[in-house]
Design a protein around this ligand. Structure first.
Ligand SMILES: [Zn+2]
Length: 129
């Protein structure tokens, strides 16, 4: 009996158990890019507040601009990581305070912008801190 035959099957079983273990853990570990790429990521369009779920690899493939991913339907880079509205629980875009919005604003004006931000789904103030 060769060593390959002798040890090949137990090794395969162990690898299988390891793969299932990593899969159950969620695949966040580095070195498992295929699991990360297959993971479904929900992003929200800051223009329409519509959420969209796609595999990470699909979001990644269309690239990022200014920290935003491309909406495949509109071709615009408007997809951002959603926050949960504390009022209605909907997944909504975070208060849009990017560089353009912050340019030339005082701290008080920025606070006022945050205080004025309302949930696009329920219309209530989100209460961004
Ligand atoms: Zn809401």
């Amino acid at each position: 009996m060769s060593n390959v035959t002798k040890y090949g099957v137990p090794a395969a079983v162990l690898l299988g158990i390891l793969a299932v273990f990593i899969w159950v853990q969620g695949g966040d570990e580095p070195g498992m890019p295929e699991l990360v790429n297959a993971r479904l990521i929900t992003l929200v369009d800051e223009a329409t507040a519509e959420t969209m779920e796609r595999p990470y690899s699909d979001w990644d493939a269309s690239g990022k601009r200014g920290g935003k991913y491309k909406n495949p339907e509109t071709g615009d880079y408007t997809m951002v990581v959603p926050i949960d509205c504390p009022q209605c629980g909907a997944q909504i875009p975070p208060c849009p305070l990017d560089e353009a919005a912050l340019a030339g604003k005082t701290a008080d004006e920025i606070l006022a912008l945050k205080a004025a931000y309302k949930c696009p789904k329920c219309g209530k103030p989100v209460g961004v801190r």
